[in-house]
Design a protein around this ligand. Structure first.
Ligand code: HEC
Ligand code: HEC
Length: 395
């Protein structure tokens, strides 16, 4: 067996992967059989904390296979053109790297950039504003969102699944019955998403396996700055035994206020006839463009105004553009942004629905980084690209 030595190596390194690895190893042969190059989970997850689950269903290969089929199926959108994978592209780290924000049904522009789904199972709260918690429930939001997959109802999607010839068998194999239900669809997608794992990066080998050849001098300097002078790890956490690069909290970095006022919107007037409208044009139609207030939209607490979830930085070199609105194109842009203290210079006042003006604090300070230091941090971020479960890319 090709991966056995790797398995023992992973255990020897300290058993960091823990419980989930041991559960998953029973099933890893299923994926390993798909392609000779595939890497067993417990190895690619090296550097991530154990992922506890009490639910065996989530680890069943049949449930994962059903979830994968649904994830890639364009027939499950209203006009049969959109699938989950069209905004979360497998070859683009399960996000979209070709546009600032996601483009949905009929070319409609969404407010936000799609997060990478790699390691999504480790997210404590979902979306840039943390408004959802369960992967199984989350899956229904894009199915029904008018700008995403635009299905008119849950029943509509379930009926479609009943009519498509391959699904009864896939549901029977997964759940013992051919009938698609809201729960089963959610559980299957969640199970598939939990297999989208990517760690065991050069950083992990340096930090947690003591491999001092894993980073070069510039990358190691970048790590030192990340932990020290640049204060990145205050929010993008690196722990003793593993690293998620997030504190799972919400912060106002100033990105939210930088955007919006000049944004143009693509509007479809009739099939194939599109026009670009600015917020001013839209105001003429007595429509207001909803600014993105971040976490505040969920909590209505002043301190959450323009605050967004701290994203993980794993695979960040592969997930351009950056920030919730995709407003920064390169990692150099991101470092320049932080070096200036984020959006500090901007006014950050907002009038609430009831007319009361509220303020939110930007939590960054200028860093005074030299050119060499900036380059080193970017180089370090490049070491966070991990190995991946390649079988999940195939359709
Ligand atoms: C039209 C593009 C589009 C489609 C289609 C789409 N998504 Fe997304 N997805 C997004 C965007 C944009 C966000 C971020 C939205 C936000 O934060 O408000 C997102 C967020 C998510 C998240 C949360 C990730 C995180 O880190 O918080 C998950 C999980 C997810 N999508 C899964 C799916 C699944 C499953 C499907 C198919 C049923 C799907 N998406 C279809 C664009 C899309
Ligand atoms: C006060 C907490 C905080 C600190 C300190 C901080 N970040 Fe962030 N970082 C965030 C938040 C919050 C976001 C998301 C902002 C948004 O979506 O608008 C983010 C986004 C990013 C992104 C974009 C990731 C993506 O997928 O879009 C990168 C890259 C990044 N930070 C790197 C760094 C680096 C490098 C440093 C140190 C120079 C740093 N951060 C310091 C909180 C912080």
């Amino acid at each position: 067996m090709k991966y056995r030595p790797l398995f023992f190596w992973a255990l020897a390194v300290g058993g960091v992967v823990g419980l989930v690895a041991l559960l998953v190893v029973n099933h890893s042969h299923h994926f390993a059989a798909d392609t000779a190059k595939s890497v067993p989970f417990q190895n690619i997850a090296f550097g991530l904390p154990p992922l506890a689950t009490s639910d065996e269903t989530l680890l069943s290969p049949e449930v994962i296979e059903l979830g994968k089929a649904i994830f890639f199926d364009r027939r499950l959108s209203f006009n049969q053109t959109m699938s989950c994978a069209m905004c979360h592209l497998p070859e683009q780290a399960f996000t979209t790297t070709t546009s600032q924000v996601s483009i949905g049904m009929n070319g409609r522009r969404l407010r936000r950039n799609a997060p990478s789904l790699l390691n999504v199972a480790w997210q404590q709260a979902l979306f840039h504003d943390g408004r959802e918690f369960s992967l199984a429930s989350q899956a229904w939001m894009p199915f029904l969102h008018a700008d995403e997959m635009a299905n008119p109802s849950i029943g509509y999607v379930l009926n479609r699944l009943k009519q498509l010839p391959e699904y009864p068998l896939l549901f029977t194999r997964a759940f013992g019955e051919p009938v698609p239900t809201m729960d089963r669809v959610g559980v299957a997608i969640a199970a598939f998403e939990r297999t989208l794992i990517s760690a065991n990066s050069a950083f992990d080998r340096w930090q947690y396996a003591g491999d001092k050849s894993a980073l070069n001098a510039e990358e190691a300097l970048g790590l030192g700055l990340f932990l020290g002078k640049a204060k990145c790890s205050h929010c993008h956490l690196i722990d003793k035994a593993d690293a998620l690069f997030t504190d799972a909290k919400y912060h106002n970095t100033g990105v939210g206020q930088l955007a919006k006022s000049n944004d143009a919107f693509v509007v479809q007037l009739a099939p194939k006839i599109k026009t670009v409208l600015t917020p001013k044009d839209l105001a003429g139609f007595h429509e207001t463009v909803k600014p993105d207030l971040g976490r505040y939209e969920i909590t209505e607490r002043v301190e959450d105004l323009y605050a967004f979830r701290t994203p993980s930085l794993r695979n960040v070199a592969r997930t351009s553009p950056y920030m919730h609105d995709g407003s920064l194109t390169t990692l150099n842009d991101v470092i320049e942004f932080y070096d200036k203290g984020g959006g500090r210079a901007l006014a950050h006042q907002h009038n609430r629905k009831d007319g009361v003006a509220v303020q939110s604090q930007i939590q960054l300070m200028p860093l005074g980084l030299s050119h060499i230091e900036k380059r080193a941090i970017v180089a370090f971020l490049g070491t966070l690209s991990g190995q991946e479960n390649t079988t999940q890319k195939q359709q």
